[in-house]
Write a protein that binds this ligand. Structure first.
Ligand code: BES
Ligand code: ZN
Length: 448
């Protein structure tokens, strides 16, 4: 089926062509160019736009004319993207978007340019068709979400008054399955760290020295293994102390959510079986339980054939997904203590704690939550399911704390959108549904 290239799709394609990879310093110019494109687009819609410099990538703020007595709505999004490697696994170039099979293929198509653009274009359409918006709108777009939003927290603190709002809308999460509108009312938090294990001052002959000195790769493997017990529970002392227990209503509600069965999970992941903390369903493990993950592990010879070497160093990168009411700093302290305590004999261990973000939770049935649910139902033709999300958007909790406003998580990603991976893609039907949803949302919020 041929897709007609609308002006809205053209806009999204232009936006997607910027390789705005926030983590790669060689792309800093592309990140900036992308922000400038956005400024131009928003100004063209008649909004008042500011590009704010930060120590890293610019923040873009845009507003319509604010009138006393109307609801103040903030829409957040991020225009930065993840790196594209391994680039050879892409079927088309990551920054040359293409349409195939009803989807847009390219880095950022779902996370988050395609989703945030649905709001921009929804607002554009509403201004064009109605002449104005029913609320005082503030767009807040950042270029550092994928690196933990280091500049945005100080920006929020410094611009609290300017960003004042009653409610925040964010489309940077998922739908549980195609055609199933989904509203998130929670997000997991995160804390990351990197462990370096050191043994001999250089690589050694594994026959000449093996057996008489410790092997750092073995030590890393032991440390990794020490994080869980044999049943799959996290074995770090005090790790679960502050976990908010699952409520019965959530367990009952999530048991009905489509797209989360064993068969769905295996199909979405290609894994041979399910695995996880005993006593919880997949949905519960993903949305309400914390995890300890190894993101990367290395050390020693990785080349072809064999090499009888005893490596001098080995490493692992960890991330811990957190749930309310765990505190990332408290958890990273506990992790460091655990790793120190479990350091095998004969090696030294250095732990570098990385970025973090707090978990988020809000009431899905607040008056604003209800407006979000109505907008999803009207745009997608079905009552939304209510979930918490497994992923993290650390700034959402910071906005709750600093601006005093909750966020409606109105996800447009699908399980096979391959965010952060090769062949990221975005369903055109969700782009179009999102454009509609954004307009209905503003109308519904105005009525609250
Ligand atoms: N959009 C994602 C988060 C997400 C994805 C939430 C799917 C729910 C469902 C966001 O861009 C992201 O990738 N966040 C990072 C945060 C980290 C770098 C601090 C994450 O979750 O790994
Ligand atoms: Zn992301």
């Amino acid at each position: 089926m041929d897709v007609v290239m609308t002006k809205q799709l053209e806009d999204l394609f232009e936006f997607l062509r910027f390789p705005s990879i926030s983590t790669a310093s060689e792309h800093a110019g592309d990140v900036r160019a992308c922000a400038e494109w956005l400024v131009n687009k928003l100004e063209g819609m008649g909004l008042t736009v500011e590009l704010h410099e930060t120590p890293k990538h610019p923040v873009v703020v845009a507003k319509n004319k604010h009138i006393d007595g109307r609801k103040n709505v903030l829409i957040y999004g991020h225009y930065d993207v993840q790196p594209v490697d391994p680039v050879e696994l892409w079927d088309s170039a990551p920054f040359e978007p293409e349409i195939r099979d009803g989807r847009i293929w390219g880095r950022g198509s779902t996370d988050n340019k395609g989703q945030m653009m649905a709001h921009v274009l929804g607002v554009e359409q509403m201004i064009q068709e109605k002449g104005e918006l029913p609320v005082n709108l503030t767009f807040l777009f950042e270029g550092e979400e994928e690196i933990g939003s280091p500049s945005l927290v100080p920006f929020l603190e410094a611009n609290k008054e300017n960003l004042k709002c009653d409610i925040i809308a964010v489309s940077d999460t998922g739908m549980v399955a195609k055609g199933v509108p989904t509203m998130g009312y929670g997000l997991r938090g995160i804390t990351c760290c990197e462990v370096t294990v050191k043994g001999p001052s250089g690589d050694m002959h594994s026959g000449v020295y093996g057996g008489a000195i410790a092997n750092p790769a073995t030590a890393v493997a032991r440390l990794v293994a020490s994080l869980h017990d044999d049943e799959g529970n996290i074995a770090i002392e005090g790790f679960y102390d502050d976990v908010k227990p699952l409520e019965n209503w959530e367990r009952e509600m999530w048991a009905q959510v489509p797209g989360m069965s064993k068969a769905d999970m295996l199909e979405n992941t290609g894994s041979p079986d399910l695995y996880g903390e005993p006593g919880y369903s997949s949905a519960e493990r993903l949305w309400a339980r914390p995890t300890a993950e190894v993101n990367g592990i290395g050390g020693g010879y990785q080349g072809e054939g064999s090499k009888t070497v005893l490596p001098s160093e080995a490493m692992a990168k960890f991330s811990f997904r957190l749930v309310p009411n765990q505190d990332p700093k408290d958890i990273s302290d506990k992790v460091v203590k655990h790793l120190e305590k479990h350091t095998p004999a004969g090696v030294t261990v250095e732990v570098e704690v990385g970025h973090d973000g707090k978990p988020y939770y809000s009431d899905p049935n607040s008056v604003f939550g209800q407006a979000g649910q109505v907008a999803l139902e009207k745009a997608f033709g079905k009552k939304p399911v209510l979930i918490r999300e497994g992923g993290s958007i650390p700034i959402i909790k910071d906005m709750q704390d600093i601006l005093g406003a909750d966020s409606l998580l109105l996800g447009l990603a699908l399980p096979d959108c391959q965010i952060h991976a090769p062949n990221e893609n975005y369903y055109i039907e969700n782009f179009e549904g999102g454009i509609k949803m954004s307009q209905i949302l503003l109308e519904e919020l105005a009525k609250v």
